[in-house]
Ligand binder design. Sequence first.
Ligand code: ATP
Ligand code: MG
Length: 386
Amino acid sequence: MEQLILAKCGEIVLKGLNRSHFDAILLKNLKSSINDLGRFDISLAQSTVYVRPLDDADMDEVFERTCRVFGFAAVCRAYMCEKTMDSIQNLARECLCDVLEEASTFKVEAKRSDKRFPLKSPEICREVGGTLLERFPHLRVDVHHPEVTVTVEVRDFGAYIHAVRVPGAGGMPYGSNGRACLLLSGGIDSPVAGYMMAKRGVQLTGIHFFSPPYTGERAKQKVITLAELMRAYCPGMKLLVVHFTEVQEAIRDHCKEEFFTVIMRRFMMRVAHALEKRTHSGALITGESLGQVASQTMDALRLTDSVTDSLILRPLIGMDKDEIVRISRKIGTFETSIQPYEDCCTVFTPKHPRTKPTLRDIEREEANLDIDALVAKALEGIEVIR
Ligand code: ATP
Ligand code: MG
């Protein structure tokens, strides 16, 4: 039985004149995600991408990877045969055994894009339905609420049959909606924030702030592992590791403790803003969620925002922790995120942070620092991890 995979395009079908731009990126992403599994004939017709293996390929793996490509609403496995009624009937009897033995009701749908095929769609349905009832006598036809819908498609290059669709990854093709820098800590939230924006088609570069010797090699390794896990969704994502020790020591030595966190976050934004420009990105992304900690109140967020004119995307802003954890488990980053290594945010944390610091407070403290020199220093010696 020759197998193929059908992937139904999602939201990009709503695009108008620029649709072909999104289609091209979607096809390129799918190709590069299965490239190492063999040679394939990949074509797009009527909002469906057809993936036919040209030699022996591990189709389970092709299916899994296709399910992870952003831009598809649904994915299914199909079986292919010659365009004759005999072959179609034989294939129908064979290819769906697992599914039909478990079901009690079904219906058949037919699509005939090859109009030269001698039978019309209702006739194809009737013939295939009859064959299936003979082969699986426990089944009943239910045209309104069938447990299984068997689809037969007759197209130019052959006929195929499929029945089970699973949801695709959804979203927009990765890279079709610009680039942004993700502030990636070792925690639960930021990989989820990155996933959500990648799903909207944004190509990511990770930025991690690292403060040796206060944060250790294992903490850095954890973030590198998170970036590797994220590459399943964000192919080729680079990680920039910024050495942040001097900035943090300067804040510790020259500013009041109750303001440390907000001042440190303002420095992160200044450095990230410079890296946004360097990487030709259009936004910064953080994993902040309103009210989660003292530095994520509205007042604190406004103070963090006000040091740059970057567009700051916070896809988790309205989400609860348990919703974030659920996504983190789904995308496979949770177990790594909960490893107990320190983050630079936990170095020199104030015992009693001010939840409502004013801009005047912060600027008074920052006047004790040479901001430009500290930012320039942090921008030197950035490590790039591919
Ligand atoms: P997370 O689970 O992502 O660590 P959090 O709830 O611990 O989030 P904070 O530590 O206050 O929150 O950080 C808020 C956001 O700031 C993070 O989601 C991340 O985007 C960014 N951030 C924090 N620490 C770092 C870091 N060391 N490097 C890069 N970005 C960071
Ligand atoms: Mg954190």
